[in-house]
Design a protein around this ligand. Structure first.
Ligand code: AGV
Ligand code: CA
Length: 315
């Protein structure tokens, strides 16, 4: 029996790459996908999600559209990336068969978790808003989550928020909805965290993106190479590299040994110029925190996973 996974993403290029990876992993059963309207335009992000699942032969995995929002919106210039991804030829060979659930993402996630026969793994690579709502409205979901794997935070490195009035110490997924992150950290759910400390080590380099050309031919490899190509220009325009934030986090489900971990006590700040910061604190909660990455091993993992022969199973 495979491990059941529920997956919440927020529609950025790296999120869509992560979805492609997830569909290829043996030993996990992807049960449902929710999309948070954070680092995306939600319509194109849901559409691209359905198309990727269909191309991967995973059209039976249901998708739920998010409606809950946080207080600190993402820059519009990042959010439009989903529009471009949704128009890629590899995703438009036919109309996708993937179904969108009638419930909004937060309610659907609660229903899925409450109905789970065994505690599941929850992978979240955007803000924690949907989960925080579930914990407030349906406390029984807490015991249904064996592990939350979350991309977010910055422990011993600078953050990536560059907004007026902010001191730059926060990472965006936490900053978008600091209250939600605070709520989830206050739960007893075991958290495996991929903060910028780890993800800073895996920038999207020209070599990594172009390696998908050498093996050109498989649809998901083509998708990955295109998504990676679309991230270029980020450093030149903003001074920040576009990293494999979410895809590194996702790879943990297939190859946990790609990272070394350290237990860190920390808390989430919710107000003031450092809002959204994840800060070490003796009174904070313990998270299992990714620290050092096998960088070449990770790039190889992505290439091999996405360019091998297709095979998908929810069982
Ligand atoms: O902070 C990293 C998170 C990840 O979940 N996102 C992007 C990934 O999906 C926000 C983000 C930070 N810098 C960005 C981001 C950039 N330059 N472009 C788009 N999104
Ligand atoms: Ca994301």
């Amino acid at each position: 029996m495979s491990r059941a996974i529920y997956f919440d993403h927020d529609g950025a290029l790296d999120d869509l790459l992560s979805l492609a990876l997830l569909t290829r992993y043996r030993g996990i059963a992807l049960k449902g996908v929710t999309v948070t309207p954070a680092d995306c335009l939600i319509g194109p992000a849901v559409s691209a999600t359905r198309k990727i699942l269909d191309v991967a032969g995973a059209h039976e995995v249901p998708v739920a559209e998010g409606v809950l929002t946080g207080p600190n919106p993402f820059p519009l210039e990042w959010r439009v990336d989903a529009l471009r991804a949704d128009a890629l030829p590899v995703l438009n060979q036919r109309d996708p068969r993937t179904l969108v659930s009638e419930l909004p993402a937060h309610e659907q996630l609660a229903q899925w978790l409450l109905a789970a026969p065994e505690p599941v793994t929850l992978l979240m690579i955007g803000p924690l808003t949907n989960l925080a709502w579930c914990l407030d409205e349906h406390p029984a979901v807490e015991a249904k989550i064996a592990e939350l794997v979350f991309m977010g935070g910055a422990i011993d490195v600078v953050g990536n928020v560059d907004e007026p009035g902010h001191d730059g110490s926060a990472e965006w997924n936490v900053y978008w909805d600091p209250g939600a992150a605070h709520r989830v950290f206050a739960s007893r759910i075991p958290i495996t965290l991929f903060p910028l400390d780890a993800t800073d080590q895996v920038p999207i380099t020209p070599e990594f993106a172009q390696s998908f050309g050498r093996t050109y031919g498989a649809p998901l490899g083509d998708l990955a190479g295109s998504l990676l190509a679309m991230t270029f220009g980020c450093f030149e325009t903003s001074g920040f590299a576009y990293c494999c934030w979410d895809s590194l986090t996702t790879s943990y489900l297939a190859e946990p040994e790609l990272c070394e971990f350290e237990d860190v006590r920390c808390e989430v700040l919710t107000t003031g110029p450092s809002q959204g910061r994840t800060v070490r604190s003796d009174t904070g909660r313990v998270v299992k925190c990714a620290r050092k990455v096998d960088v070449e091993g990770f790039y190889r993992h992505c290439l091999e996973t996405l360019t091998a022969t297709p095979e998908f199973s929810t069982q």
